[in-house]
Design a protein around this ligand. Sequence first.
Ligand SMILES: C[S@@+](CC[C@H](N)C(=O)[O-])C[C@H]1O[C@@H](n2cnc3c(N)ncnc32)[C@H](O)[C@@H]1O
Length: 380
Amino acid sequence: MAENSLGHLLGRLRRYPDVEAANLQAWDATDTLLLDTAADLLTPASRVAVIGDRYGALTLGLLGGAGTAPQVRVYQDLITGERALRHNAAALGVAGGFKQLPLGAELLADADIVLLQLPKTLAELEEISDAVARHAPKGAVLLAGGRVKHMSLGMNEVLGRYFETVQPQLARRKSRVLLASGPKTVEPVPPYPVTEHNAELDLQVCAHGAVFAGTKLDIGTRYLLEFLPEIPAAGTSVDLGCGTGILAAMYARRHPDSAVIATDQSAAAVASARATATANGLDRQITVLQDDAMGSLPAGSAGLILLNPPFHLGASVHAGAGIKMFEAAARVLVPGGELWTVFNSHLHYLPALERLVGPTSVRGRNPKFTVSVSVKRHGR
Ligand SMILES: C[S@@+](CC[C@H](N)C(=O)[O-])C[C@H]1O[C@@H](n2cnc3c(N)ncnc32)[C@H](O)[C@@H]1O
C-alpha cells in the first residue's frame, strides 16, 4: 500500500474497547515494518495468517494493500483485540476479508506467509512457533517483528528450535523483523499447556504459553491467599482476571457450595484456567469465561470478587486497566458484596476502590503488597 494511504488507515485505528489514553496508540512501527516486509513477498495467490495483531493494524493493513490474499486468517489472544479489529474494520468500511480463529490448524494450514507481532514471553513465542511449525506447510515463511528494546537473543533461539533458518532483517525505526523459514518437524505432543504440581498449595496448575506467571504462583496472589480463611462464602463468586485460575481453584476448594466464575480477556488464560479446574476435579464448580472485564455478567450477580489486577498495559505502565476492573466489580457485585484485591502498595489504589466500589479497608500489608476489601455500596 502507498505509504501515505497506510498512514491514513493506521491513523484511524482505535484501541476501543481496550483502555484508551493519549499516550497509548493502536499501532506501532513494528506493524508498518511487518507490512512492508510482507509486501515484498506477497503474490496474488498468497495465503496469509496473522498472529498477535494488537488492534487490527496488520490485518487491515494487509487488506488495504494491493495484490494481497482475499482472506486473512488471524489469531489474537485478547478478546479486546478481537473486538477492536472488528470495530476498526467496521469503522473503515472493511466488510469481511478476514477470519478470526484460534491458534491451530484452521488458522495455519495452507498459510505461506505468517505475520507475527512478537509476544512478550519466550513461552508464548514457543507455543506460537510450535503451532506454525506443526500446522503450516513446509514452504511457509514466518515474519516475526518486534521493538528492538523488547527483543532478545532468546527469541532467535526459540525460533531456531522450530525453523531451519532464522534471519534477522535490518532494523528500522527501532523495530526489527526476524524471518524464519523451513518449519522443522515437531514433537508429537505440543509443548503447551504445561501442568505442574504446586506443592505449597497442593494444586495442579496448568498454563499455556501466554498466561500470566506461567505455572508459578505470583507473589501477590500468594499474599491474597493468606487471607482465604477470612474471605466469606458467597453463592456466586468471581475470579476476575483469572490467569491460570489459581484463585478460583483455591476458593472453590474451600467453599464447595459456591459457584465460581473464572474469567479473563485472554484465550490462553481461560484455556489454562479450564485445564486447572479439570486437573483438580473442580470443573463442575468453576465456570470459565473469556470476557472483557465481566462485560457479559449481569449487574448485581456476584457476592464476591477476587482480584489481582493487571497494571502493565502492553509495554507501557498505566493504571487504566486496574481502574477498569474496579468499575466492573462495582457493577457486578450485589450491594453488600465484597471485592478482595491485592496490589503493589505503590499503586495507591485505595481512593479509587473507595470511590468506585464502596467502603474499603486494608486487611494486610507486607513490604510489597496491600490486600484490601471493598464493600459494594447499597443504592447504586
Ligand atoms: C496480575 S494477572 C492475575 C492472574 C491470576 N488471577 C493470578 O492471580 O495469578 C491479571 C490478569 O488480568 C487479566 N486481564 C487484564 N485486563 C482484563 C480485562 N479487561 N478483562 C479480563 N481480564 C483482564 C490478564 O489477562 C491477567 O491474566
